[in-house]
Design a protein around this ligand. Structure first.
Ligand SMILES: NC(=O)C1=CN([C@@H]2O[C@H](COP(=O)(O)OP(=O)(O)OC[C@H]3O[C@@H](n4cnc5c(N)ncnc54)[C@H](OP(=O)(O)O)[C@@H]3O)[C@@H](O)[C@H]2O)C=CC1
Ligand SMILES: O=C(CO)COP(=O)(O)O
Length: 337
C-alpha cells in the first residue's frame, strides 16, 4: 500500500483518486480551490465534474499543500496544463529528493514550448517525474469501464512500480521509456479533436471524421518524430488511441468545443459553454510554433489555428484542406519503374 496524493480535484483527479483507493492505497486529494474542497468534503461526489462517482470516506480531502506532499511516495499532478507550472512552483519547497510526481495533464506550454514533464523537472529538480496518459475519459474510469493507459518514465523500476500501483482489473497499465512521445501525442491530439468537433458541428459525416483522425495522426507523428518522440508511441495508446477516443467521444471537452465552433459560436463562447478546460486551444498555438521550429507541415492544425484565432470560417477551412496541392498518401513509397 502506498501513500498517494492527487493534486487537482477535477474530473480526472477525482476518478484517479477513487481508482487508487480501490487498489488499496492511502489517498489524499488536494485542491487549490477552497470551495471545491468544502463541497467534496460534504458531498463526497464531484457533482459538476464527475457525477455518479462516490468518493469514499477514507479518501482525505484538503487544501493544505504541505500535508498533501510530506511523506507521500507518489504525487499525481492532475491540474490542467495552464496551471502545471504555477502548481509545481508552490509544491517545490515541500518536495523531498527523489519523490515521484506523475503528471496526468496533457498540454504544451505556449510561452516556452516545453512539455509538462520538462516544466515540472525545471521547477522541482529534486523530484522524479513520470507521466500517465492514454485513451481514458474520467467519466468512464469513474464507472469502472475497462480502460488502458501508459506510464512513461526515464527509469524502468519506477515505471514498473507505478504500473503495479495503478493497475486493476478495469485499468490496465503499460510501461514506456518514451516520455516525450507520450506527452506530444497527448497534447497534440486535443487540437485534432477540436477539428473533429468542428466537422461534427458543421454536420459533416463519418467519412470526414475518419479522414481527420488518419491525416491527424500523420501530422502528430511528423512533428512528434521530428522532436524526438518514437513512431511506435505515436502509433500506440497515447497517440492514435487517445486521438480516436477524443475525436469520437461524447465526453471530450475538446470535441465539444469544436462542435460549438462548427455550429457558429466563437472560440470564447465555446470555451464558456464547455465550462471545463479546453486544452487544445492552448496546444494549437504551441503546435504551430513547433512546426515552424522543426520545419514540419501541419495543414489541419494550421487551419484549426486560423478558425480559432483569425476568425476564419470553419467551412472555408475545410474547403482549403480539400483543395490543397494534390499529393501521394505516403510520398516515401516507390512506384514500379
Ligand atoms: N477529464 C478527463 O477525462 C481526462 C483529463 N486529463 C487531463 O487531466 C488534466 C485535468 O483535467 P480535468 O480533471 O478533466 O480538469 P477539470 O477542469 O475537471 O479540473 C481541473 C481542476 O484544477 C483546478 N484548478 C483551477 N484553477 C487552478 C489553479 N490556478 N491551480 C491549480 N488548480 C486549479 C480546478 O478547480 P475548479 O473546479 O474551481 O475549476 C479543478 O479542481 C487535463 O490536463 C486533462 O487533459 C487526462 C485524461 C482524462
Ligand atoms: O484526454 C482525454 C481522454 O483521454 C480527455 O480529453 P478532453 O480534454 O477533450 O475531454
Amino acid at each position: 500500500m502506498a501513500n498517494i496524493s492527487i493534486l487537482g480535484a477535477g474530473s480526472w483527479g477525482t476518478a484517479l483518486a477513487v481508482l487508487l483507493h480501490k487498489n488499496g492505497h492511502n489517498v489524499t486529494i488536494w485542491s487549490i480551490v477552497n470551495e471545491e474542497v468544502e463541497m467534496l468534503k460534504t458531498e463526497r461526489e464531484h457533482k459538476d465534474k464527475l457525477p455518479g462517482t462516490k468518493i469514499p470516506e477514507e479518501i482525505y480531502i484538503t487544501n493544505n499543500l504541505e500535508e498533501s506532499i510530506l511523506g507521500k511516495e507518489i504525487m499525481v499532478l492532475a491540474v490542467p496544463s495552464p496551471f502545471t507550472r504555477s502548481t509545481a512552483q508552490i509544491m517545490k519547497p515541500f518536495v523531498a529528493e527523489g519523490q515521484v510526481i506523475v503528471n496526468v495533464a496533457k498540454g504544451i506550454e505556449e510561452s516556452s514550448l516545453k512539455t509538462l514533464s520538462e516544466i515540472i523537472e525545471e521547477e522541482i529538480p529534486q523530484a522524479e517525474v513520470a507521466v500517465l496518459s492514454g485513451p481514458s475519459h474520467a467519466e468512464e474510469v469513474g464507472k469502472e469501464l475497462p480502460t488502458t493507459c501508459v506510464v512513461g518514465t526515464k527509469k524502468k523500476e519506477t515505471a514498473q512500480m507505478l504500473q503495479q500501483v495503478f493497475t486493476s482489473d478495469v485499468f490496465r497499465v503499460y510501461t514506456s521509456p518514451d516520455v516525450l512521445g507520450i506527452e506530444l501525442g497527448g497534447a497534440l491530439k486535443n487540437v485534432i479533436a477540436l477539428a473533429a468537433g468542428i466537422a461534427d458541428g458543421l454536420g459533416y459525416g463519418d467519412n470526414t471524421k475518419a479522414a481527420l483522425i488518419t491525416r491527424g495522426i500523420a501530422e502528430i507523428s511528423r512533428l512528434g518524430i521530428a522532436m524526438g518522440g518514437k513512431k511506435e508511441t505515436l502509433n500506440g495508446l497515447t497517440g492514435i488511441g487517445d486521438l480516436i477516443v477524443t475525436c469520437a467521444s461524447i465526453h471530450s471537452r475538446n470535441r465539444k468545443a469544436g462542435y460549438l465552433i462548427g455550429q457558429g459560436k466563437s472560440m470564447d463562447e465555446a470555451m464558456k459553454e464547455v465550462k471545463m478546460i479546453v486544452e487544445g486551444v492552448y496546444s494549437a498555438k504551441a503546435a504551430i510554433a513547433l512546426a515552424k521550429k522543426y520545419n514540419v507541415d501541419l495543414p489541419i492544425i494550421e487551419q484549426v489555428n486560423l478558425v480559432l484565432f483569425e476568425n476564419k470560417s470553419a467551412e472555408a477551412a475545410v474547403k482549403e484542406l480539400m483543395l490543397r496541392d494534390m499529393k501521394m498518401e505516403h510520398n516515401n513509397l516507390p512506384w514500379e519503374e
